[in-house]
Write a protein that binds this ligand. Sequence first.
Ligand code: SAH
Ligand code: SF4
Length: 421
Amino acid sequence: MNVYDSVRMRDALIVHGFKETTKPGQADVILVNTCHIREKASEKLFSELGRLAQEKKKGALIVVAGCVVQADGVEILRRSKLIDIAIGPQNYHQLPELIEKYNRKQGRIIKADFPVESKFDFLPLPKQSTAAAFLAVQEGCDHFCSYCVVPYTRGCEYSRSSKDIIAEAKALVKAGAKEIMLLGQNVNGWHGDRGKDLGDLIREIAKILGLKRIRYTTSYPSEMTQNLINAHKDTAKLMPYIHLPIQSGSDKVLKDMNRQYTVKQYEKIVAAFRKARPDIAISSDFIVGFPGETEKDFEETLKLVKRVGYASSYSFKFSARPGTPASLMKNQIPEEIKTKRLMKLQALLLKQQKEFNQKTIGKVFDVLLTERGKVRGQLLGYSPYMQGTIVKAPTKMLGEIVRVKVTGASATSLTAEVVKK
Ligand code: SAH
Ligand code: SF4
C-alpha cells in the first residue's frame, strides 16, 4: 500500500511540473513514506532522516508522509528538526499545493486530518507504470483487531467505485502494466458497487485488453465469499495465489486478538480455495507472543501450519502499539520467548516454502520479468504462485511475460530457463 501511495504522490507531483529522481543528492524535494504497523517499521523513519541530513543542508525540502504522521505527527516534528512538511495518508492529493505554498519563514506544515473529500477523487490518473502495478480498491479498516493501529491511522473502511477503479486500471495498462495487484487492508471486503463483491470486480477488470494478470491482497478470512473463491476457477487472468492471514492457530488467542473467525472456519475457507483451484498457493501472516499466548497456544499455531502447508508467509513478534487494547493487556510475553517462538515458526515456514518451491522444479509456466538480476544476463520476476524467479534472459525482455521451465529451487527463489510458447 505504501509503494502504491508513493507512486500516486509522485504522479500528482509530476502533473505539477516536478520530475522524479531516485538520487537524493539531485532532489529539491525528498519524500519519505512511513509505516506505523510495528515499532520497528516506525523507527526506520529516524534512521532514514539521519541519512538525509546532508541533503537538507544543501537545501532540499524534506516531506514525511504516511501512517507515522497520522499517528504521531506532532511528536515526530518535535523529534526531528529536519522535517519541513508532514502529511497523513488521506491528504496526499494536497501535497503539490503544500509544497508550492511552503515558505521556510512561515514554519513547518503538518496535515493529518481526515478530510471530507476522498483523495481518490483528486489524484490524477497514472501516466506511467511498471509492468507489475498496484491499484488500491479499498482502504481503511473497521475490524479493530486488538493489536492493530490500521483503523486509527487509515481510518474507517472505504471502497472505491468500480468505475473509478476500472478507469485507473485502464490507464495503468495503457502506460505499460501487464499485471495489476488490487490492494486493500481488507481487499475482499470491497463493496464499491451495491450488490457486487471483489469477485465481480475482478471479472470486470479481467475484460481489459492488454492486462494479463490480476492479484489481490490482503484478505480477511471471515469476509471471504464463494463468488471470489470461484473467480479462481473461472477467471484465467486471476493468479493461483491467496494471501489469507490467520495470525494464530489458537482459538483463544484469536478471540483475544478480536479476529472474527475460528481456526476451523479458516481451514474450511482454505479447503474451499483448494477445491476451486487445487494448485493454489496459500500464504499467511502470523503474530507470535501475543499477550497471554501460552506454549500450548503456540504449539497450536505450529500444528495449524503443518496442516495447511503454506507456500510462503510473513511472521512477526507481537509489537505493543500505543493506543491499542493489546498494548495494555496483562501477561505481556517476554522478548526472549517471542524471539524463540518466532525462530521456531520461521524455521517451519521456511521448510514448507522450500518444499513448495521444489515441487515446481520441471514445471513450465509464465513469468512476468520485472527487474534486472544481480548477475548480467539474468532477470527477475514472479511465477503465477508468487515465487521470486531468476530467469536467464536478455535485458530487452524486461517487462515481458515469458514462458519458462523451472530448473532449480531454494527456500527463497526459483531458477528457470525461457522455453518457446
Ligand atoms: N488486514 C490484514 C493485515 C494488515 S497488517 C489482516 O487483517 O490480515 C499486516 C500484518 O502486520 C498483519 O497481518 C499482522 O500479522 C501484522 N501486525 C499488525 N499489527 C501488528 C502488531 N501490533 N504486532 C505484530 N504484528 C502486527
Ligand atoms: Fe489491522 Fe487487518 Fe485487523 Fe484491520 S483486520 S485491524 S488491518 S489486522
